[in-house]
Design a protein around this ligand. Structure first.
Ligand code: PRP
Length: 183
């Protein structure tokens, strides 16, 4: 464990177990289909890598990169597409793969934008949720863990670009983040 962590919140073994459960659910629900897993860069990339290998179906992957305008590290709700999908999702079964739903503003924008492209279905799979921070309701069909309102890093989640490669999810020491907010 890096000395910058105050504590481990979700150890790697628990994450891996949960990812396998989620993969089994997706496999069951999309049986006979060829879902498109849409990873939201960059935080979702570690989760996608594990989740897709727990899905026992032919599936495809694609990526979107979005950025919220606004100062600081908090989501503002105004979202800009930096990199769009390569695939046409019209008539496809699309599953958005996210690392964390915080205020919900990113996914609220994104689901509206993707629904306008007329997919056959659109669902969300998020490893983490921070319900205490929610500003808009989001229907997360596949959910890993609820986390408290603390700054969490690891397994894709960063602080100032670092810590995404930690296998566990943990909370940084306050002196490391200096009062910054998540996302
Ligand atoms: C995080 C996370 C979600 C978003 C959630 O991304 O991956 O996309 O914030 O926040 P919200 O529910 O309040 O909208 P971030 O902007 O930190 O980018 P990153 O994934 O590249 O680290």
């Amino acid at each position: 464990m890096t000395p910058d962590l105050e504590k481990v919140l979700i150890p790697s073994e628990d994450i891996q177990l949960k990812v396998r459960e989620l993969g089994a659910e997706v496999t069951r629900d999309y049986a006979g289909e060829r879902p498109l897993l849409v990873c939201i860069l960059r935080g979702g990339v570690v989760f996608l890598g594990d989740l897709m290998r727990a899905v026992d179906l032919p599936c495809e992957i694609d990526f979107m990169d979005i950025s919220s305008y606004g100062a600081g590290t908090s989501s503002s709700g105004v979202v800009r597409i930096l990199k769009d999908l390569e695939e046409d999702i019209t008539g496809r079964h699309v599953l958005i793969v996210e690392d964390i739903v915080d205020t919900g503003l990113t996914l609220s924008y994104l689901t509206r934008a993707l629904l306008a492209r007329k997919p056959a279905s659109l669902e969300v799979c998020s490893l983490l949720t921070k319900p205490s921070r929610r500003k808009v309701e989001i229907n997360v069909k596949y959910l890993g863990f609820e986390v408290p309102d603390e700054f969490v890093v690891g397994y894709g989640l960063d602080y100032a670009g670092a810590y995404r490669n930690l296998p566990d999810i943990g909370v940084l020491k306050p002196e490391v983040i200096g009062g910054g907010a998540q996302a």
